[in-house]
Write a protein that binds this ligand. Structure first.
Ligand code: BES
Ligand code: MN
Ligand code: ZN
Length: 487
């Protein structure tokens, strides 16, 4: 998708012009200009109640008058001055939804009419570019009528003057779409080796440095905890490492680590059958790390950034790890695997130890880690944990700017004792209480040598039900976090 800016509607050439209409009061400048060319039809439509301009309501005018024959899409803003983030998102989603099925290639939006509470024009430009592009995403590749569904839009034109904001919004959307595509792929396609091959594509496409650690290499390094998860699977596990070097040589990197369980059956602690298909999404942390790497490679900020993915498939079999098995981590600590369905922390802990060698400035892991986090925060906020207040504050600031919400959760020492084991240094599950917290506590045992944060995205990485699909979160948050580090 091409994205560009224009200064005023009277100057723009496009197949479709999108203008915004408040449900009462004066029309925004660009809308008034169209209304003037349309013999006052827009105001008439509103006054007669044919188009009430409710929030996100749309009406397509295929040809306004003989002199002004350009198709126009009217989009309602509802009443009131500035929109909340949620309202603005709804309006933009309505635009994308209405435009998606239309045959127009070039679409221009009179976007300066979109006023959002507590947001600068530049922030609005970035968010609108991102949300629109995200709205055009379609999961393609597996249905016979794919070609009909694909959006015909090739060029998006936004009103404004904030070039860099536009670029950030468009690149964020492209990374988010990449993450969604990986997330939506079925488990029989998106395996650990498939993820490894995607890293190699990035190496060819963007010239970043990629290291793939196979099972033999991980065994040599003592990553027996990570390896214990893939033991029951016929698919080999991988630790995938990608280095983006846009900063000074030798400057320590910021590291993102993604949970890449390409399918989570629970293993011998088998999950129930209902909705088990959704466990193909258990690699969405990894997908968000790939998506963020794509965005960063497109924007080329000045910083060093390392992306790590711990990839495995969690299956039951005669060779699978069993409840009660004890495995040794790369750190030397032993783990009693009381529940093979608490596998995310088992792959992450060895990756967290491996990352020590980069002497990172910060490490953020992203994982669909616990059902308990979904109970606690639903699909609005990702759970955030941190062992460092500055890192937590930086992530909160990035969350605010990007609109990709997080909520900080506690890591008090008192929770840690739930992980005590009679037979090993640590158990892999706590009791029935505070499941998202005890999972984070487990990870915290492996992150003492650097500033670390953990994002539990179990509730935010995908939507269930009729609109089932990966969300692309938290690519926007992670991108903003890294861009802020480069400034
Ligand atoms: N991938 C799941 C977490 C999950 C569950 C994400 C539901 C999204 C929706 C994770 O591996 C898991 O199974 N966690 C267990 C941990 C428990 C055994 C301590 C859980 O949350 O039930
Ligand atoms: Mn599990
Ligand atoms: Zn899992």
């Amino acid at each position: 998708m091409n994205t560009a800016l224009f200064d005023r509607v009277s100057n723009v050439q496009a197949d479709l012009l999108v203008v915004f209409v408040p449900s009462e009061g004066v029309l925004p400048e660009s809308t008034a200009w169209v209304d003037g060319n349309a013999d006052g039809q827009l105001l008439q439509l509103r006054e007669s109640g044919v188009f009430k301009a409710g929030l996100g309501q749309t009406l397509l005018l295929p040809s306004v008058t003989q002199d002004f024959s350009q198709p126009v899409l009217l989009v309602g803003l509802g009443k009131g001055e500035a929109l909340s983030d949620m309202q603005a998102r709804k309006v933009v989603a309505a635009v994308a939804g209405a435009v998606k099925g239309l045959p127009f290639a070039e679409v221009a939006l009179a976007s300066s009419a979109l006023q959002v509470k507590n947001r600068t024009a530049s922030e609005v430009t970035a968010l609108v570019a991102q949300w629109l592009n995200e709205g055009f995403y379609n999961f393609l590749g597996f249905k016979q009528d794919d070609a009909e569904k694909a959006t015909k839009v090739t060029t998006l034109l936004l009103e404004g003057s904030e070039e860099s904001a536009l670029k950030i919004g468009a690149a964020t959307a492209s990374g988010s779409a990449f993450a969604r595509q990986l997330g939506n792929l079925p488990g029989n396609v998106c395996t650990p080796s498939y993820l490894a091959s995607k890293a190699q594509h990035f190496e060819e496409e963007y010239g970043i440095e990629v290291e793939l650690l196979d099972e033999t290499k991980m065994d040599e390094l003592g990553m027996h905890c990570l390896l214990s998860v893939g033991r029951g699977s016929d698919q080999p596990s991988y630790l995938i490492v990608m280095h983006y070097r846009g900063g000074e040589e030798g400057d320590a990197p910021h590291v993102l680590l993604g949970k890449g369980i390409t399918f989570d059956t629970g293993g011998i602690s088998l999950k129930p059958g209902a909705k088990m298909d959704e466990m193909k999404y258990d690699m969405c942390g990894a997908a968000s790390v790939f998506g963020t790497m794509k965005t960063i490679c497109e924007l080329k900020p000045k910083l060093n950034f390392t992306a790590v993915v711990a990839a495995a498939e969690n299956m039951p079999s005669g060779r699978a790890t069993k409840p009660g098995d004890i495995v040794k981590t790369m750190s030397g600590k032993t783990v009693e695997v009381l529940n093979t369905d608490a596998e995310g922390r088992l792959v992450l802990c060895d990756a967290l130890t491996y990352i020590e060698r980069f002497q990172p400035k910060s490490v953020v892991d992203i994982a669909t880690l616990t059902g308990a986090c979904v109970v606690a925060l639903g699909s609005v906020n990702s759970g955030m944990y941190a062992n460092n207040d500055d890192l937590a504050a930086d992530l909160k600031a990035a969350s605010q700017t990007s609109g990709d919400k997080i909520w900080q959760m506690p890591l008090d020492e008192e929770y840690q004792q739930q992980l005590d084991s009679n037979f090993a240094d640590i158990g892999n599950i706590g009791g029935p209480e505070a499941g998202s917290v005890t999972a984070a506590c487990f990870l915290s045992r492996f992150t003492q040598s650097y500033p670390w944060a953990h994002l539990d995205i179990a509730g935010t990485a995908w939507t269930g039900g009729a609109a089932k699909g990966a969300s692309g979160r938290p690519v926007a948050l992670l991108t903003r976090y890294l861009l802020d580090k480069a400034n």
